[in-house]
Ligand binder design. Structure first.
Ligand SMILES: Cc1ncc(C[n+]2csc(CCOP(=O)(O)OP(=O)(O)O)c2C)c(N)n1
Length: 586
């Protein structure tokens, strides 16, 4: 059979059910092979970067399934690089398959021939141009193994057109995916780690995205409950413990943080990080983060240990394997009565969570963003999957929204490429068609890959896209406190077709409607509940993305700082005591 026909059989055997892509001459044999079998659904991107972020969103929402993006040679391949980087930075498995010029033409400056494997190498776990048809099956088997093993990540396979079309002998019945083997904590390591937790007076668990990747959230919560130790999820781990769990102590960081989270970290004397990478926006300056604390680090990837700082004790292990043996050891200590009593420390953490709050119930018009998140919490249920990316919208969303389950907050946490949210949300819709998916973007993030909305309209991928419009590049201008950079960077302009926008510039409603979606504009906070309800009804009726554009005040500042102990609060804080409008505290 043609080697590319064998590839399609392998993809099916490895669990691939869909592809996101853009065709072109060099990858067209692969499309012909998909057409022949008809088992892989193809979602046509309106930009290759959109297609690759859709594939990423699909992987991030799926436990186990891997998103695949197809692109042609030359610009098709280079357009995938941002998606590969974003997946690589956040440990997301993702398969990019590119077409390529024929092998004999690779060094002849052929049309759209570029060494994409070399370009992709720094942002992938493996990037390879496969030079022989007979090598294609093993290249794919190896690629799936690499994506699934150790710290997950993306792979790019580049297929010259003659390699795709070459004839090979292949029997799919003789093909088995390679088993995944990951390092696992030993019993001795678990005893040592739990002993260190027990020896601490004010311990915390930092729960990272590795727990999400390992599908081990239940074990993390079980461990925290047995030990009675509060949990700080990282941005990538947010949701592994529900926000309203008594032991959810808040997020820590310079931007996506809670006041109570930072205060609790600063009050702690011990931190065990599991499946996290001590990202700098979580730790801030290491002098403050580490001062007076003992650290244990559990990570699947040995080269991650000590990359940021040397922990007092390290365990190289898959998060699930580590948590299983930690729970076993903790249960034995509980049954033997050798776990320390933790009531005072936990009560102190809970008290901070109930009182160290930021105000959200602003009545202002134009709206303050805090109010938007208060109303989103009231409008969207516990099973909502939020998708967000970068900017003040993402930062404020993380400070004020509530997440209750793993993969309930899907975020390009490290790379933050503008434009990511809409396509990633579409990929989430494909992965979980039953879910309520809510994208959250600033106006600039929304505009970057706005054309992807057409894909949602075409393939009936309904989700709610909240656009908080300050027409201001909020995060960048807020950063201007450090540099004077306001040089020809105004998003705002007078739109001659939409004078009612009063200088906010792009008419997102008209664009969204032109792309086949539904759209609502909201100016007053009291209109928000009805707008969200209407958006959900429209989504159900028309099965297309629904944009809810919220006109914000232009100058918006969200609490952030340069160290955990000097976060600047720009707005008034909530009055002391539980905040009635907050569903987590109600
Ligand atoms: C591809 C890319 N270019 C530039 C940036 C830098 N950047 C980060 S946030 C931001 C402004 C975002 O504006 P908007 O999406 O409207 O969100 P806001 O901060 O106003 O909520 C920019 C330019 C980026 N993250 N990605």
């Amino acid at each position: 059979m043609r080697a590319i026909d064998a590839v399609i059989l392998i993809l099916e055997r490895e669990g691939v059910r869909c592809a996101f892509g853009v065709p072109g001459a060099a990858i067209n044999p692969m499309y012909s092979a998909m057409l022949k079998r008809g088992n892989i659904t193809h979602y046509l991107g309106r930009h290759v970067e959109g297609a690759v972020h859709m594939a990423e969103g699909y992987s991030r929402a799926s436990a186990g399934n891997i998103g695949m993006c197809l692109a042609t040679s030359g610009p098709g391949g280079t357009d995938t690089i941002t998606g590969l980087y974003s997946a690589w930075a956040d440990s997301v498995p993702l398969l990019v398959v590119t077409g390529q010029a024929p092998v004999s033409k690779l060094d002849k400056e052929d049309f759209q021939a570029v060494d994409i494997a070399a370009i992709a190498t720094p942002v992938t776990k493996m990037a390879q141009t496969v030079m022989e048809s007979a090598l294609l099956p093993e290249a794919f088997r190896h690629a799936f193994h690499v994506m699934r093993s150790g710290r997950p990540g993306p792979v790019l396979l580049d297929l010259p057109i003659d390699v795709q079309l070459g004839e090979i002998d292949f029997d799919i019945d003789a093909y088995e995916p390679l088993p995944v083997s990951n390092p696992a904590a030993t019993r001795e390591e678990a005893e040592q780690a739990i002993e260190m937790v027990c020896a601490a007076a004010r311990p915390l668990l930092v729960a990272g995205g590795g727990i999400v990747n390992a599908d081990a959230a239940d074990l993390l919560v079980e461990l925290a409950e047995i030990l009675n130790v509060p949990v700080v999820p990282t941005l990538m781990g947010w949701g592994v413990i529900p926000d309203d769990h008594r032991l959810m102590a808040g997020m820590v960081g310079l931007q996506t943080q809670h006041r109570y989270g930072n205060a609790t970290l600063l009050a702690s004397d011990f931190v065990m990080g599991i499946g996290n990478r001590w990202a700098n926006r979580h730790t801030g300056g290491l002098e403050v983060y580490r001062a007076g604390r003992t650290f244990v680090h559990v990570d699947i990837e040995p080269t991650q240990i000590g990359r940021i700082f040397t922990p007092d004790f390290a365990v190289v292990s898959d998060a699930k394997a580590a948590l299983e043996v930690f729970v076993e050891v903790a249960k034995e200590r509980r049954d033997a009565g050798t776990l320390p009593e933790r009531r005072t420390w936990v009560d102190q953490c809970v008290a901070r969570k109930e009182t160290m709050l930021r105000r959200t119930d602003f009545p202002n018009v134009p709206m303050k963003p805090q109010r938007v998140y208060q109303e989103m919490n009231a409008a969207f249920g516990r099973d909502t999957r939020y998708v967000s990316n970068i900017g003040l919208s993402q930062i404020a969303g993380a400070q004020f929204l509530h997440v209750y389950k793993p993969r309930g907050w899907i975020d390009a946490g490290q790379a933050g490429p503008l434009g990511w949210t809409v396509p990633a949300a579409l990929g989430v819709c494909v992965a979980d068609p039953e879910a309520t998916v809510v994208g959250l973007s600033g106006d600039y993030d929304f505009q970057f890959l706005i054309e992807q909305l057409a894909c949602g309209a075409q393939f009936k991928l309904p989700f709610i896209q909240v656009v908080v419009n300050n027409s201001y590049l909020g995060l960048i201008r807020q950063a201007q406190r450090t540099f004077e950079m306001d040089y020809c960077v105004q998003l705002a302009f007078d739109n001659v077709n939409s004078p009612e926008l009063d200088g906010y510039g792009v008419d997102h409603i008209k664009v969204a409607e032109g792309l086949g979606c539904k759209a609502i504009r909201v100016r007053e906070p009291d209109e928000l509940p009805a707008a969200f309800e209407k958006a959900q009804a429209m989504m159900a009726e028309f099965r297309v993305p629904v944009v809810v554009e919220i006109i914000l005040e232009k100058v918006t500042n969200i609490a952030m700082g340069t160290q955990l102990d000097n976060i600047i609060e720009f707005e008034e804080l909530a009055p002391q005591g539980p905040r009635a409008e907050d569903p987590v505290l109600r």
